[in-house]
Ligand binder design. Structure first.
Ligand SMILES: Cc1cc2nc3c(=O)[nH]c(=O)nc-3n(C[C@H](O)[C@H](O)[C@H](O)COP(=O)(O)OP(=O)(O)OC[C@H]3O[C@@H](n4cnc5c(N)ncnc54)[C@H](O)[C@@H]3O)c2cc1C
Length: 238
């Protein structure tokens, strides 16, 4: 059963100029179980006005846990502007888990992850879970960001790649002069998928990012002959 419960904000970390991670811990200390890929509903309540705002956030840590980590783009919207001034100890109401974007670790040992921006969040949960289980999976990921300084969890992903069957390609869609970026550039497309992951047809594909990213990559996979049943997707933002 899903319950609304009070969670305390226990850690805030600035990951990039526009993205921070927020860790909430259940005040009653109980752990919740979820499948990596799922999301939580987080509700802010202004005690003086009674105003409430609820938003969905993908869970970035692995289950089961009494804490939930979220990777949030601070876009100055209704909810995220509250987070910009949030501090440790603040209490939010959280309910979880929700969603159909679920990492079916048993369905196949081979995966293709396509992440756009903060769409990396559910993949962090999946990879952390696989590491926790010491699962023998083979994952290929293409991670796309607008700017080179917006890469999230790069070090952790590189460490994961050293010890597991994990191949990661990063592409920057808006490289800037002087940003030091020497890797792939441009949007992920069918050609990039086929070059980076020639055995893509043997993999179950998971896509997470903004709607245009998810739409383009569903079409790209379809054009490569990947069947719909082998594609799972989650999207948000613009
Ligand atoms: C299943 C699910 C999982 C989600 N997981 C995450 C997550 O892990 N991390 C995360 O940061 N967000 C996530 N979101 C988006 C989140 O729920 C909010 O929509 C987002 O934080 C903006 O809320 P807001 O109230 O600040 O903006 P609002 O005041 O509601 O919106 C302001 C405007 O910004 C647009 N907008 C919303 N998101 C973005 C964005 N990322 N970039 C640019 N414009 C945007 C809106 O379309 C709107 O026009 C998820 C959404 C869903 C449905």
């Amino acid at each position: 059963m899903i319950l609304n419960k009070p969670y305390s904000l226990v850690e805030i970390k600035k990951l990039t100029p526009t993205v921070s991670s927020f860790v909430f811990r259940a005040q009653d200390g109980t752990a919740i179980d979820f499948t990596p890929g799922m999301f939580a509903m987080v509700t802010y309540r202004n005690a003086s006005t009674g105003e409430t705002i609820a938003r969905a956030f993908s869970i970035a840590n692995s289950p089961p846990s009494d804490h939930l980590e979220f990777v949030i783009a601070l876009i100055h919207g209704r909810f995220t502007s509250k987070l910009e001034t949030a501090k440790e100890g603040d209490v939010y109401t959280v309910s979880a888990p929700y969603g159909q974007f679920r990492f079916d670790i048993k369905s196949s040992g081979k995966f293709l992850f396509l992440a756009g921006g903060t769409g990396i969040a559910p993949f962090m949960s999946m990879l952390r879970y696989a590491k926790q289980l010491n699962a023998d999976i083979d994952t290929s990921m293409i991670y796309s960001t607008k700017f080179a300084n917006e890469l999230i969890y790069k070090g952790e992903l590189e460490d994961y790649a050293k010890a597991h069957k994990f191949k990661m390609e990063i592409t920057v869609t808006r490289p800037q002069q002087g940003d030091g970026w020497t890797g792939l550039t441009g949007h992920v497309n069918a050609d990039m998928i086929a070059k980076c992951t020639p055995d893509f047809k043997e993999r179950v594909s998971y896509i997470c990012g903004p709607p245009a990213f998810v739409k383009a990559l569903k079409e790209a996979l379809a054009s490569l002959g990947v069947e719909e049943k082998d594609i799972k997707a989650e999207m948000w933002g613009e």
